[in-house]
Design a protein around this ligand. Sequence first.
Ligand SMILES: Nc1nc2c([nH]c(=O)n2[C@H]2C[C@H](O)[C@@H](COP(=O)(O)OP(=O)(O)OP(=O)(O)O)O2)c(=O)[nH]1
Ligand SMILES: [Mg+2]
Length: 132
Amino acid sequence: MKKVTAVLLKHNGKLLIAKRDEQRELGNLWEFPGGKIEKGETAEECLTREIKEEFQITIKVEEYYDESIYEYEFGTIQLIVYWASWISGEINATEHEDYKWVTIGELHNFNFAPADIPIVERLRREENEFSA
Ligand SMILES: Nc1nc2c([nH]c(=O)n2[C@H]2C[C@H](O)[C@@H](COP(=O)(O)OP(=O)(O)OP(=O)(O)O)O2)c(=O)[nH]1
Ligand SMILES: [Mg+2]
């Protein structure tokens, strides 16, 4: 099983989501930015590295949120999700087709990768409970 990290990067009450490149697996689907954990790396180190590579910004990884396991045709992934905040730099999306800052309430307008769906649902559920 492949371990993949993903980030809930909070900034001004919104989260960063990104659209996967058409040419790659799960092309054109939206995701929480991140990537595969490399040998000898912690999840936090992986996230900091991936976000630097893919968006050229420095983040601070905060608390663990949740994880999701999904069996794709190309293999099973364990998606490990953390909260984080933006420390420095300006966003330059080097690998994604597009990116957006959205509120939790807007997440349902985007077509997410299957592994992300339980995460999106939990976020939305908690948001609704909080404002109820
Ligand atoms: N980063 C990320 N990957 C996800 C999410 N949901 C999901 O199913 N995946 C899948 C897509 C890929 O099959 C796998 C790894 O993600 P990735 O393509 O970002 O990996 P990476 O940045 O390390 O890039 P590479 O080494 O493949 O070039 O996890 C998600 O929310 N974020
Ligand atoms: Mg990636």
